[in-house]
Design a protein around this ligand. Structure first.
Ligand SMILES: Cc1ncc(COP(=O)(O)O)c(C=O)c1O
Length: 396
């Protein structure tokens, strides 16, 4: 099919709830994708962070190919070796907890919300504190947890029981806690909010408040998790261990999957019958998830994530010195934000014209979530194009 024919199908048959670029992608390999006209693009935002290992990473492809011929799906009324091994692999790389599996980030956060309420229910604790600029997903609970009015418009009444604090403001959190508070839910680094790093001591302060007031500290690591930041999980940079952690995006190396991890004691609150996901932890996702973690180990990709971060930090800081249009560079591993003094949409467009894929979030932040398999040459090529586009922005 031609590009126009495919787009015509969408016009007629697909709900137009996404803004799409007029490009039909047909193939991906590593940090490159190809469109239906054969053009190749360098992808510094592969799969919105899901393709942490690049497009079609061989170990994940092989694991899925093998599994798909053996057993595609069985419900959670049965045991499968794959799900057990996946839970073990995640547990061993994090805080030694247990996993509940689902299929996406918003589902993982819904599970966290329900777990917090169930855990708090004997004491009628149900309120959850979340943070301005945060993002937790699109189901109604996760949308309500997302403290951004633009995502709430027209959806009211929202779910009761969420209160919002400014990101970084410990005193505000202290003020918001009352006898009905069950949990604090936060992204350790805000992704969609613009790659916002927590101020020094902030996460440790939340841990202290949670301990003092008997709350669950829940980290949404949907975007930051599984090696994105150069550690298995972002919390490991800050030495602050959560009670509950949610994962999705990269957790299955590009295959759909999600997970919630928590301690065995807290896990008891999600008692049988109170929550479920039909496809959660299915053998395909589980094998992809295990292959993802093993590939990161085998290819030493956590160290690679740190090196990628250093390279981008250096190149983008250089750009910020040369160019007034840059306000700030924020980097942790392969999670990269370039905040501009102006609208970033023309930068995304200019990069696309030069066959470089980047993202803009919160109007002014160019966000890059490159694959951990990105080579230095590819990183420099991307930085060269991005710098050229940013420098060519008209003044003002
Ligand atoms: C931090 C965070 N939480 C949750 C979500 C929602 O994940 P999903 O789109 O898989 O539901 C996202 C998606 O961007 C995210 O970045």
């Amino acid at each position: 099919m031609t590009t126009d024919e495919t787009i015509a199908l969408f016009r007629q048959y697909v709900v137009p709830n996404y803004g799409r670029f007029p490009v039909v992608l047909v193939r991906g390999e590593g940090s490159h994708v190809w469109d239906s006209d054969g053009a190749r693009y360098l992808d510094l935002f592969p799969g919105w962070g899901c393709n942490l290992l690049g497009h079609c990473p061989a170990p994940v492809v092989e694991a899925v190919q093998k599994q798909v011929a053996e057993l595609i799906h069985v419900p959670n009324t049965w045991y499968t070796e794959a799900q057990g091994l996946w839970a073990k692999a995640l547990s061993e790389r994090s805080f030694g907890g247990q996993a509940f599996f689902c299929n996406s980030g918003t589902e993982a956060n819904e599970a966290a919300i329900k777990l917090a309420r169930l855990h708090g229910s004997p004491k009628h604790r149900y309120k959850i504190i979340t943070f301005s600029g945060g993002f937790h997903g699109r189901t109604l609970g996760a949308t309500t947890a997302t403290a951004q009015p633009k995502y709430h418009e027209g959806l009211g009444p929202l779910m009761a029981g969420f209160v919002y604090a400014p990101f970084g403001d410990l005193a505000a959190v202290e003020r918001l806690v009352d006898d009905e508070t069950a949990a604090i839910l936060i992204e350790p680094i805000q992704g969609e909010g613009g790659v916002n790093l927590p101020p020094d001591g902030f996460l440790a302060g939340l841990r202290r408040i949670a301990d003092e007031r008997g709350l669950l500290l829940m980290f949404d690591e949907v975007q930051t998790g599984c090696g994105r930041t150069g550690e298995w999980f972002a919390y490991q940079h800050f030495g602050v261990v959560p009670d509950v952690m949610t994962l999705a995006k990269a957790v299955c190396g590009g295959v759909a999957g999600g997970a919630l991890l928590t301690t065995p004691e807290i896990a008891l609150s999600l008692r049988p019958g109170m929550h479920a996901a039909t496809f959660g932890g299915n053998p395909l996702a589980a094998r992809a998830g295990i292959a993802t973690l093993e590939m990161i180990d085998d290819q030493n990709l956590l160290a690679r994530g740190k090196a990628i971060g250093e390279l981008f930090k250096q190149r983008l800081t250089e750009l910020s010195r040369q160019c007034d249009a840059v306000r700030e560079v924020r980097v942790l591993g392969a999670m990269i934000g370039l905040e501009l003094m102006r609208d970033g949409a023309p930068v995304v467009k200019g990069c696309l014209e030069r066959r470089l894929l980047v993202n803009c979030t919160h109007n002014t932040v160019i966000r890059l979530l490159p694959a951990l398999t990105l080579t230095d040459a590819e990183a420099h090529e991307g930085c060269d194009i991005l710098a050229e586009v940013v420098k060519s922005l008209p003044a003002g």
